[in-house]
Write a protein that binds this ligand. Structure first.
Ligand code: DLL
Length: 433
């Protein structure tokens, strides 16, 4: 069996579009009748649920944005009475009130199926032992992966994140074959194992499912080289139930999107115009099967490109490029748009430094400046100040050559940057805006 859910994973484009149109119509009616916020928004736009005759009609409907969720905190966008809600997750976010994620029993079931689909596509099977090192709790990562792996029939170790030394001991003693974690925590674990003299490559570990934060292809290679596993990817957000919206197949060339549950659009984040498939822009998602909080045209702020192509795995589901970054993380320096991922791509190709860095944005006079503190490899650091300054200049030259802006590089001592146990915080904006 190649697929978890062959019918939907290999459905023809035409059949999928028909399925989506039918469920979009139902969802539009569902939210219009049950959520005053959507009724008001539809009325203001002069649109009615019955206006959805084709999928293209979706573009006439209003967007939902993060502040709409905050303004309606905690349950203002919930379409069902709380008696029908069986779970509530939340994401802390960086500012303001958390985003809440209520689920009905059906929502939980669908989420579990989406996660089972994701893990099965990665190659996880019932004989696997999955170490779940995503934070277990309000964060959707922990329970999402727990449910999905349980559904596949694998054995789950619900260890949660943190206590890294204990994680490595468990991995070794229990014979973990699959690891669930954020990519930066996987790297922290790889480093800890090296310190403990344990070679992850000699352990049965074979697959990782990583996500919850932007990471580059270079970071994936780094994790694969250090651990000897296949680093697969999972994408999702609390607003749509959590992980399981998109997933890597063995080809590792773009994430398949669960189109029977969600409709995906790409828009220009400034003009809000819908862009054709193949163009980079902001990902907009509409839930078409959720009951408790089906968001319509939600602006994720994640920047990516969609691709409609035949995948060698046989899945026909739309593909999405790795998330380039979030529009709110984009830095504008001297008129040039820079994403932290561009800086990471360059740093991870440099053999003199560790894949541990922070980016700091400061104001100097009227100008914004990007600084990056990067950890030197021990052997480089030991060579002293002259070598360090040489490497700093070399990296600055590469940054200027590739991104076209000056990034002030400072090599810092090995192990001096705080290690991540979940989503890493890597950009510090010190400008007084
Ligand atoms: O991070 C859900 C999740 C858990 C996904 C575990 C994958 C694995 P939130 O905390 O609501 O939900 O954060 C959602 O995280 O809008 C993206 O900016 C980012 N994100 C999630 N997955 C990826 C990924 C979870 N694979 C926000 N690549 C999203 C890049 C990702 N960014």
């Amino acid at each position: 069996m190649n697929y978890w859910d062959e019918r939907f994973e290999t459905m023809s484009e035409e059949e999928m579009r028909n399925f989506q149109r039918e469920h979009l119509g139902k969802t539009a009616r569902w939210v219009y009748e049950r959520i005053p916020f959507y009724r008001r928004k539809f009325d203001e736009r002069g649109v009615k649920p019955d206006d959805i005759k084709t999928l293209e009609d979706l573009s006439r409907f209003p967007f939902t944005v993060k502040t709409d969720l905050r303004d309606n905190y905690p349950f203002g966008l919930c379409a069902v009475p709380l008696s029908e809600v069986v779970r509530i997750h939340a994401s802390s976010g960086t500012t303001g009130k958390p985003i809440t994620g209520p689920y009905t029993a059906n929502d939980l079931e669908q989420w579990t199926e989406c996660m089972a689909r994701c893990l099965y596509a990665h190659g996880v099977r019932s004989n696997d032992i999955c170490q779940n090192s995503y934070g277990m709790g309000l964060f959707t990562g922990g329970l999402g992966f727990h449910q999905g792996a349980t559904r596949v029939g694998a054995a789950v170790i619900p260890v949660s994140s943190g206590q890294t030394e204990r994680q490595i001991i468990i991995m070794k003693d229990f014979g973990t074959t699959v690891l669930f974690a954020t990519p930066t925590y996987a790297l922290t674990m790889a480093e800890k194992a090296e310190e403990m003299g344990i070679k992850l490559k000699d352990l049965p570990l074979r697959i990782g499912s990583f996500g919850a934060e932007p990471w580059t292809i270079e970071m994936r290679k780094e994790i694969e080289n250090r651990t000897g596993i296949k680093a697969m990817e999972c994408y999702g957000l609390t607003e749509f139930g959590g992980p399981g919206t998109g997933f890597d197949c063995v080809e590792q060339n773009g994430l398949h999107l669960n189109e029977d549950h969600f409709i995906f659009e790409i828009i220009d984040p400034v003009t809000e115009e819908v862009l054709p498939v193949g163009t980079k822009g902001e990902l907009v998602i509409t839930a078409i099967q959720r009951e408790a909080m089906p968001l319509l045209r939600y602006r994720t702020r994640d920047i990516t490109t969609l691709r409609r192509e035949k995948c060698s795995c046989g899945r026909t589901l739309l593909k999405m490029d790795k998330i380039y970054g979030r529009s709110d993380d984009m830095l504008i320096i001297g008129g040039v748009n820079v994403f932290p991922s561009q800086i990471e791509s360059i740093l991870l190709e440099i053999s003199e430094v560790e894949p541990q860095y922070v980016i700091i944005v400061r104001k100097k006079g009227y100008l914004d400046q990007i600084h990056a503190d990067v950890e030197a490899k021990q052997e480089v650091y030991d060579l002293g100040p002259q070598k360090i300054s040489e490497v700093e200049k070399m990296i600055e030259g590469k940054m200027r050559g590739i991104i076209g802006i000056g990034v002030k590089i400072r090599l810092v001592p090995p192990k001096s940057i705080t290690r991540s146990e979940g989503k890493a915080k890597r950009v510090f904006d010190e400008r007084k805006l």
